[in-house]
Design a protein around this ligand. Structure first.
Ligand SMILES: NC(=O)c1ccc[n+]([C@@H]2O[C@H](COP(=O)([O-])OP(=O)(O)OC[C@H]3O[C@@H](n4cnc5c(N)ncnc54)[C@H](O)[C@@H]3O)[C@@H](O)[C@H]2O)c1
Ligand SMILES: [Zn+2]
Ligand SMILES: [Zn+2]
Length: 382
């Protein structure tokens, strides 16, 4: 089969790889139909995630057709059209029982660091991902969900990560009616978080980025205020000034380790690797939220550590919440929201690219070329 093959930082290509096989009675093999590239893949692509091995296939956002199931799989069957959450979760451990499917304790030998994730390095379990024609899906009765009849395949693939992550970013913010919510990052996740902030009762939603076409998009899509941090002398001061000098009620970090905007953070986090990426957006979030406010972090950082102003967290009485989204927990309500037209995920998809052209797709998305917001690989049968 054809599959994405990681060759080292900024080098990916498509190669022939052996077909995946059922290794456990709870496995399924899925023939992939659509597979996205995510901002999270950029951390791998740029070599920022420990134990990302050459030869690995990325891809944690995919839909497909069930090709084969193990003897202990009963909820999906051969021929089903499924969307597969990015979390690999056993469904039975103490964390899964609390619906913390992003924190499963069984799916990853490094479970104290993170749960299992498709195509996300050996730090996240070492599973090959779905940027391929076929993929092995463990615990196939837990994650894979039959795509409702009539749902657009582009909407379905966005339900594997972007929609639940944006929604959970807003949910973790504990937004109260009338709150001012600031979202850092106008990538797919920040755009979805801004849209979902209204569903929780926000009174004002502000999005900060430095890429004009993305700010323009989110302004219309999420009906929010947008600001380019390159044209602000100091983003923190600006947010304070526009919120009666007290700060925002809720700040959301939808940027993570690739953040721009601070030379010190970029040098220590991205050039010298003295910290797990650059924590610029997180610093801005902590410093511009009001006293007693909530900072919700969905931006991904490596498992080592980052320079953040912990003194400000304590002295301002801030609550910081973060997690990998618990996709399965959120799917029933988010499928409803998509079917009822409350959320329109496919509007974020700007590029449909054949799997064979994956290296171009990564470059366009990573370098924010051609007004790219979200690229989807379209995978054909061979
Ligand atoms: N927790 C989860 O479950 C989960 C799931 C999916 C993605 N993520 C993470 O969410 C983050 C965003 O993902 P994405 O797909 O939208 O990525 P993306 O790379 O498309 O978007 C990130 C955006 O942040 C902007 N940015 C850079 N520095 C900034 C700064 N200092 N302030 C404000 N904006 C800044 C960039 O210009 C870009 O538009 C990534 O870190 C990704 O790993 C987390
Ligand atoms: Zn993703
Ligand atoms: Zn579990």
């Amino acid at each position: 089969m054809l599959a994405m093959n990681y060759r080292g930082p900024q080098r990916v290509r498509v190669d022939k790889k052996p077909m995946p096989e059922i290794l456990h009675p709870e496995d399924a093999i899925v023939r992939v139909t659509r597979s996205c590239i995510c901002g999270s893949d950029l951390h791998l692509y740029n070599g920022n995630v420990p134990d990302t091995r050459v030869g690995m296939t990325f891809g944690h956002e995919f839909t497909g057709v069930v090709e084969e199931v193990g003897d202990d799989v009963h909820k999906i069957k051969v021929g089903d059209n499924v969307l597969v959450p990015f979390n690999i979760a056993c469904g039975k451990c103490a964390f899964c029982k609390q619906e913390l499917y992003g924190n499963c304790h069984e799916a990853n030998p490094q479970a104290t660091a993170v749960g299992g994730i498709f195509g996300y390095s050996h730090t996240a379990g070492g599973y090959d991902g779905g940027q391929a024609q076929y993929v092995r899906v463990p615990y196939a009765d837990v994650g894979p969900t039959v795509i409702p009849e009539g749902m657009d395949p582009d909407d379905a693939v966005m339900l594997t990560d972007v929609v639940p992550t944006g929604y959970q970013a807003a949910e973790m913010g504990g937004i109260q009616k009338g709150d001012t919510v600031v979202v850092f990052g106008a990538g797919p996740i920040g755009i979805m978080a801004a849209r979902c902030a209204w569903l929780f009762g926000a009174g004002r939603v502000i999005v900060i980025d430095h890429i004009e076409y993305r700010l323009e998009f989110v302004k219309n899509y999420a009906n929010c205020e947008v600001y380019n941090f390159r044209s602000l002398e100091d983003p923190v001061l600006f947010i304070k000034k526009t919120t009666d000098s007290l700060g925002a009620d809720v700040c959301i970090d939808a940027v993570g380790a690739e953040a721009a905007g601070s030379t010190m953070q970029t040098i220590t986090g991205r050039k010298l690797l003295l910290q797990a990426g650059s924590a610029t957006a997180l610093n801005w979030a902590i410093n511009s939220v009001k006293k007693g406010g909530i900072v919700s972090v969905v931006g991904v950082y490596g498992p080592t550590g980052n320079l953040i102003p912990i003194g400000n967290v304590v002295n301002k009485g801030i609550t910081i919440r973060g997690n990998q989204a618990s996709v399965k927990r959120l799917l029933p309500r988010l499928i409803d929201h998509v079917q009822n037209g409350i959320i329109d995920p496919k509007a974020l998809i700007t590029h449909h690219v054949p799997l064979e052209e994956i290296s171009d797709a990564y470059r366009i998305f990573a370098d924010k070329l051609d007004n790219c917001i979200k690229p989807v690989l379209v995978v054909s049968e061979r």
